[in-house]
Design a protein around this ligand. Structure first.
Ligand code: 3HC
Ligand code: NAI
Length: 706
């Protein structure tokens, strides 16, 4: 039974004594005002209809109900509220059955929890993921779930924001009956009729008593302590625990009132705005002109050239997606190392009991190692991941041009190099594209799809299709030094170096950025990645560096001593005996002091707020340039790049959303203030100036034209 936009949002029919209420609101049966109104009316009619003995609630299409309609948040709330609808369901004098197939999430699960009996089909997934949007379940979920599944389990479900499978939900007590197969209507009708035959009565979740309140409250206290430690300033998780505590301590109606009040607070929070922006932006990024205009090419067998850090990670990502993978390396020794790099990932999973030897063997059966290009003649797509050296890459692409079948997609994983130049050495630049993965490539979600001048639209569409298969978040980028992410990173990293030379310690900078919400500060990241990588790049660029640009040599002084970070036992931090968390190093502070003295800089004091302002302003100003030049299609593409690839705190929505929330006039004011010290580095982005002059924000540019 598919959804049909020509029909009403709620479709009612009767099968014998059972009234079937079907939600029909494509694509995910979200609980829009029309759905809520339709549900309430249908229930009231069913209650008043003597012919009706039971009510069955189902969803049409692929899901039961995907939750409240997120697009309605922020608009004036129109009655009936979902809480009222849920209360109406629960209060019904006829038995109400929910038959769940596909997703029953957030408000969708709350509808089911208000029903008297719940049936799930095998592929159902149940969850209360509101926390991912900075919210809490606001239609009775925090009060009903603990009564059905236990206090601790319910709190953990809401805090984790993850889905339960049908069987797990049954084991947890959320589901009464599993249907083996069938569609929700026939399975639901069979269950409802069976219940009627047994003389089943309405069974209201609110009437379930929570026993052993003392244990429950102690468990919630422990969860609250753990959550406060782990969630780095997130607002809604602690509110969830408050609501669940209310479920334990207060009668149902009072607990629900508490839930409503705290839900309203979450709805008002900036974190909610950031997280909702992230939710929609991650879906919008795949909507690019080429993906709409062209059909993807075939994608079954792929080749990876190079089996180092990236090649092996990309191979694992592709194998995990069920693709056939050939890996090419330079010689026998290198290919053996490449294969070992791949196997190391699976062996790690086996060691953690997350994979069996048999499963590894099954995956590795799709993997072919080789040192000869002849074996990749027939593959559909090649991803080159050899050393970051334009001449080596050009040689590889000449070889690919010679061997690969016509129509094969030829991709490079370069981080910075000119893909137009790489495409230029082949006879088929229309087939050449950038696929910039992030390390570890089998884990990191971001995939920058870099679109050179001559590539054809169907190759771009194929890249987006590959991203979908690999479950990556694709962002379309234009060709420039560093594309979207690394180009902007280079600028705000420079701002961090200036802050350090001007007076802030690397430890203060890291702390300020962690307090902002990053999992790690920039100097911790350098130590983790290895200081030698950036050092090599700086040496490579030394000859072409603009002499007018301020250059901070502190990192070079540290690298000259072989202090390459964690792997060397010291970098900006000390890592005694292989420690993973570094300690401040007085010798590093002395090096910084010496560099300041050498340049005649008297150190200034920067507060955490000053540090964030400079770091973020540099990021936003460069982002505006990237959007204006068309390197990113829209501001939201920059946001998703940083959320998925650079650890930007999700609750802030991304750098462009952050800037909008600050007010662009304030951001521009900061750029102008800082530019008094260094007009070259802090040159305002023309787009930023234009938006401020027009009274607009970055969000106004998020709609694609055409
Ligand atoms: N409201 C409005 N639109 C929604 C939506 C929702 N709850 N959930 C998904 N959509 C939209 C998406 O934006 C997308 O739109 P687009 O086609 O224009 O880009 C479309 O539906 C399809 O979404 P997906 O691409 O994500 O489809 P999938 O099939 O991959 O996944 C899903 C379906 C599992 C339901 C997934 O969309 C999802 O997880 N949705 C969010 C679920 C959620 O967070 N629910 C809680 C909402 S808050 C709430 O209920 C508050 C309550 O307690 C009061
Ligand atoms: P790496 O040094 O770990 O691996 C490179 C591999 O390529 C080596 O195994 C080498 O033997 C092989 N190789 C070199 N020349 C070859 C040739 N002609 N034919 C076949 N194999 C050859 O390097 P890494 O880190 O994997 O980087 C690879 C590419 O990915 C670079 O372009 C890099 O800029 C890019 N990249 C790196 C990221 C990282 O975090 N390491 C992130 C994103 C992109």
């Amino acid at each position: 039974m598919s959804t049909d936009s020509k029909l009403p949002a709620v479709i009612v029919s009767r099968k014998g004594g059972v009234k079937v209420i079907a939600i029909n609101n494509s694509p995910v049966n979200a609980l829009s005002q029309a759905v809520r109104e339709g549900l309430a009316e249908a229930l009231q009619r069913a209650n008043a209809d003597a012919e009706v003995q039971a009510v069955l609630i189902v969803g049409r299409g692929n899901v039961f109900i995907g939750g409240a309609d997120i697009r309605e948040f922020g608009q004036p709330r129109k009655p009936p509220l979902l809480t009222e609808v849920c209360n109406l369901i629960e209060a019904s004098n006829k038995i109400v059955v929910a038959a769940i197939h596909g997703a029953a999430l957030g408000g969708g699960l709350e509808v089911a929890l208000a029903a008297h009996y719940r049936l799930a089909l095998p592929e159902a997934k149940l969850g209360l993921p509101e926390v991912n949007l900075g919210l809490l379940p606001g239609a009775g979920g925090t009060q009903r779930a603990p009564r059905l599944m236990g206090v601790k389990a319910a709190a953990e479900l809401m805090l984790g924001g993850k889905h339960l499978s049908a069987t797990a939900a049954q084991a947890a007590g959320l589901v009464d009956r599993l249907a083996e197969s069938g569609d929700p209507v026939s399975a639901g009708l069979a269950y409802a009729n069976e219940l009627l035959a047994q003389g089943a009565q309405p069974r209201r979740t609110r009437d379930i008593a929570i026993v052993d309140k003392a244990t429950a409250l102690a468990e919630l206290d422990a969860l609250a302590a753990d959550t406060a430690k782990k969630n780095r300033g997130l607002f809604s998780p602690l509110k969830i625990i408050e609501c669940v505590s209310a479920a334990v301590e207060l009668p149902f109606e009072e607990g629900s009132a508490r839930e409503r009040a705290l839900f309203a607070e979450c709805l008002e929070s900036a974190q909610h705005a950031g997280l909702v922006h992230a939710f929609f932006a991650e879906r919008e990024v795949a909507k690019v002109p080429e993906a709409k205009a062209a059909t993807p090419r075939a994608l079954g067998r792929i080749a990876v050239i190079g089996g180092g850090t990236m090649g092996a990670g990309i191979a694992v990502a592709a194998l995990d997606a069920g693709l056939q993978v050939v890996m090419i390396e330079r010689d026998a020794e290198s290919i053996a190392r490449g294969q070992a790099n791949v196997e190391k990932v699976y062996d790690g999973l086996i060691a953690k009991n997350r994979m069996t030897e048999d499963a590894k063997a099954a995956v590795m059966a799709s993997y072919t190692p080789s040192t000869s290009y002849e074996v990749i003649k027939e593959v559909d797509l090649v991803i080159e991941a050899v050393f970051e050296d334009i001449e080596i890459k050009k040689a590889v692409f000449r070889e690919l041009d010679r061997t690969c079948r016509p129509g094969a997609v030829l991709a490079t994983n370069t981080s910075y190099l000119d893909i137009d130049a790489i495409a230029g050495v082949t006879s088929r630049p229309q087939d050449v594209i950038g696929l910039h993965f992030f390390s570890p490539a089998n884990i990191m979600k971001l995939l920058e799809i870099v679109v050179p001048a001559k590539v054809s639209a169907d190759v771009v569409a194929t890249a987006f299709e590959l991203a979908k298969k690999l479950r990556k978040v694709p962002v379309r980028a234009g060709v420039c030094d560093g594309f979207i992410g690394n180009r902007i990173l280079a600028v705000y990293r420079q701002a961090a170096d200036y802050l350090m030379e001007d007076g802030a310690s690397p430890y203060e900078i890291d702390e300020a950025m962690r307090a902002f919400g990053y999992p790690m500060g920039p100097f911790q990241v350098t130590d983790l990645a290895g200081g030698d990588i950036g050092w090599a790049a700086r040496k490579r660029r030394a000859a072409t560096r603009d002499p007018r640009v301020r250059y901070v040599e502190i990192a070079d002084r540290i690298c000259e001593r072989g202090w390459f970070g964690q792997k060397a036992g010291r970098g900006f931090y000390l890592y005694p005996q292989g420690a993973r968390v570094g300690q401040a190093d007085p010798e590093v502070l002395a090096i910084i002091d010496a560099e300041r003295a050498r340049k005649g800089i008297s150190p200034r004091k920067f507060s955490a707020d000053d540090i964030v302002r400079r770091y973020m302003t540099a990021m936003v100003n460069e982002s505006a340039k990237v959007v204006e030049e068309g390197i990113a299609l829209r501001p939201l593409d920059v946001d998703v790049t940083f959320l998925s690839g650079y650890g930007f705190p999700r609750f802030r929505g991304g750098p462009m959303k952050w800037a909008d929330m600050q007010g662009l006039d304030k951001v521009l004011g900061d750029v102008l203030e800082f530019s008094k010290e260094d007009p070259l580095f802090w040159k305002p982005a023309p787009l930023l100036e234009k938006l401020v002059a027009e009274g607009k924000n970055f969000s106004s540019l998020n709609q694609l034209k055409g």
